[in-house]
Design a protein around this ligand. Structure first.
Ligand SMILES: Cc1cc2nc3c(=O)[nH]c(=O)nc-3n(C[C@H](O)[C@H](O)[C@H](O)COP(=O)(O)OP(=O)(O)OC[C@H]3O[C@@H](n4cnc5c(N)ncnc54)[C@H](O)[C@@H]3O)c2cc1C
Length: 381
C-alpha cells in the first residue's frame, strides 16, 4: 500500500492506530490530521482510569490486553505511564443493580481477573471514611487502576513520528471524497490528500465527520464534568479505589492529594461544555453525605470534556458498509483511554488484514438498524 492511511483525529485512539499501522505493518507514511492540538479533544479530559469490570465481554478483553501493553509501555515507548492499581469498587443500593454487578463479577472472573464481592459490612470495614448507609453490597477489583493518559498519548505520538508517521495539527478535515462507493481523498482547507483508506477517529465529532462522506455514524457528544478538590486534611488514605455508586451515579476517588467527585446523571447531547447551574452543588452535597470529611474540602478545578456515545454505549470499530476504504474507530464513552492500546492494534489489523485477533464483530457499525439484539454496556461512569 503506497498511499497513506489518513487518520482523522489526533486523540489517543488516532495516535494508537497510527503507531500500530506503522509498527505492525510498516505503514510509515500514515497521516494524522487534527483540527486543533493533539490530545485536545476528549483525551484531554481523561482521568486515565482503567477497569476490568464491564457487562460486555469484549470490553473486558480489551482492558486485559491494554493493561498488558501499559505494563510494558515504558520499555517499548520510553514514557512511564505511571500505572497504579488502586482499584475500582462498584456499589449498589438496589437489588437489581447488585444482581448486575454480580453478573459482571462472574464474567470478569471467568476471564481470569480477580474481583471480590463485598457485603455492606465488609465495605464499611475496608473503607471507613465512606458512609455505606443504604448500600447493600458491591464489588472490588484491585487489578483496576489509573495511569497517565498524557504519557501514553505522548508515547504513541513520539514513537509514531520516529517511524515516519506525520501529524498535522490545526488541520481540520472539511471534506471526504467518495467516488463510485470508494474513498478517494481527504480535503482540508489547505490541501487534498489522495488516498483509498481513511479512518474516522474524531471522538465526539465522528458523526459530523462521517457526514462529510455521506455516512451515518450514530455518535453523539455528551458533556461530562469531574470536580477535583484541593488537598485537604482528613483521615482518607492516600490511595483508595474509585468508588462508584451505580444507583446514584456518584463517583469518588483520589487525584493526587485531592479528591475527584462526579456524577453521571443524564444530560442532553451537546457539543457545548456547559452544565446545569446546580451541578457542582448537587455533586458536592451527594459526596459529603458519603464522605463527611469532604465538607472541609474546596474545589480546585474541574475536568471537563465530551463523552462520545453510541446508542448502546459500545464503540464503533468498523468498516463503513457501502463506502469502500472508510473506517470508524470511535464512540468509547468513558473507556477510550483504557482501550486505546488494544484497539489501536485491532483497528490496524482490520484496515490491513480485514481480520482481528480479538473478535470485535459486535462493534460493527451494521449492528444499528439491524435485527441484531443490541447488548448495551450497563456500566457507564
Ligand atoms: C471528563 C472525562 C474523563 C474521562 N476519564 C476517562 C478515564 O478515566 N478512562 C478512560 O479510559 N477514558 C476516560 N474518558 C474517555 C476518554 O477520554 C475518551 O474515550 C478518549 O479520549 C477518546 O479518544 P479519541 O481519540 O476517540 O477522541 P478525542 O480525544 O476526542 O480525539 C478526537 C480528535 O479528533 C479531532 N477532530 C474532530 N473533528 C475533526 C476534523 N474535522 N478534522 C480533524 N480533526 C478533527 C478533535 O479535535 C479531537 O482531538 C474520559 C472522558 C472525559 C470527557
Amino acid at each position: 500500500m503506497n498511499e497513506p492511511v489518513v487518520i482523522i483525529g489526533g486523540g489517543i485512539i488516532g495516535a494508537s492506530v497510527a503507531y500500530n499501522l506503522a509498527s505492525l505493518y510498516s505503514l510509515r507514511n500514515s497521516i494524522v490530521l487534527e483540527k486543533s492540538r493533539l490530545g485536545s479533544g476528549s483525551t484531554s479530559g481523561s482521568l486515565g482510569g482503567f477497569r476490568h469490570q464491564f457487562s460486555n465481554e469484549t470490553a473486558i478483553k480489551l482492558t486485559i490486553e491494554s493493561v498488558k501493553i501499559l505494563d510494558q509501555f515504558e520499555a517499548a515507548f520510553g514514557y512511564d505511564p505511571l500505572v497504579r492499581r488502586d482499584g475500582y469498587s462498584f456499589i449498589a443500593s438496589e437489588e437489581n443493580s447488585l444482581a448486575q454487578l454480580k453478573k459482571n463479577l462472574e464474567l470478569t472472573k471467568r476471564l481470569g481477573i480477580n474481583v471480590e464481592f463485598l457485603k455492606k459490612g465488609e465495605l464499611q470495614w475496608r473503607f471507613p471514611f465512606y458512609s455505606f448507609e443504604g448500600i447493600i453490597g458491591g464489588t472490588l477489583c484491585m487489578a483496576d487502576g489509573h495511569a497517565s493518559t498524557l504519557a501514553v498519548l505522548q508515547g504513541y505520538v513520539s514513537k509514531s513520528k520516529t517511524l515516519g508517521v506525520k501529524f498535522y495539527e490545526n488541520t481540520e478535515v472539511i471534506g471526504i471524497s467518495v467516488e463510485d462507493g470508494e474513498v478517494t481523498a481527504v480535503v482540508t482547507a489547505e490541501s487534498r490528500i489522495e488516498t483509498s483508506k481513511v479512518l474516522i477517529a474524531a471522538g465526539a465529532f465522528s458523526g459530523v465527520v462521517g457526514k462529510l462522506a455521506g455516512a451515518n455514524i450514530p455518535i453523539k457528544p455528551y458533556p461530562r464534568k469531574i470536580l477535583v478538590t484541593h488537598a485537604f486534611s482528613s483521615s482518607i488514605p492516600s490511595e483508595i479505589p474509585l468508588i462508584i455508586d451505580v444507583d446514584s451515579t456518584l463517583a469518588i476517588g483520589r487525584e493526587g492529594n485531592g479528591m475527584i467527585l462526579a456524577d453521571n446523571e443524564p444530560t442532553d447531547s451537546s457539543f457545548e461544555l456547559s452544565f446545569p447551574a446546580n451541578y457542582d452543588d448537587r455533586v458536592i452535597s451527594k459526596a459529603v453525605k458519603r464522605v463527611p470529611s469532604l465538607a472541609n474540602a474546596s474545589v480546585a478545578y474541574s475536568d471537563i470534556g465530551l463523552y462520545e456515545m453510541t446508542p448502546d454505549s459500545n464503540p464503533i470499530v468498523s468498516e463503513i458498509e457501502g463506502i469502500e476504504g472508510l473506517y470508524c474507530c470511535s464512540g468509547f464513552a468513558g473507556h477510550g483511554f483504557m482501550h486505546a492500546p488494544a484497539i489501536g492494534r485491532i483497528m490496524a489489523e482490520l484496515i490491513v488484514e480485514r481480520k482481528t485477533h480479538i473478535d470485535i464483530s459486535e462493534y460493527d457499525l451494521g449492528r444499528f438498524g439491524s435485527e441484531k439484539a443490541q447488548n448495551s454496556e450497563r456500566l457507564i461512569i
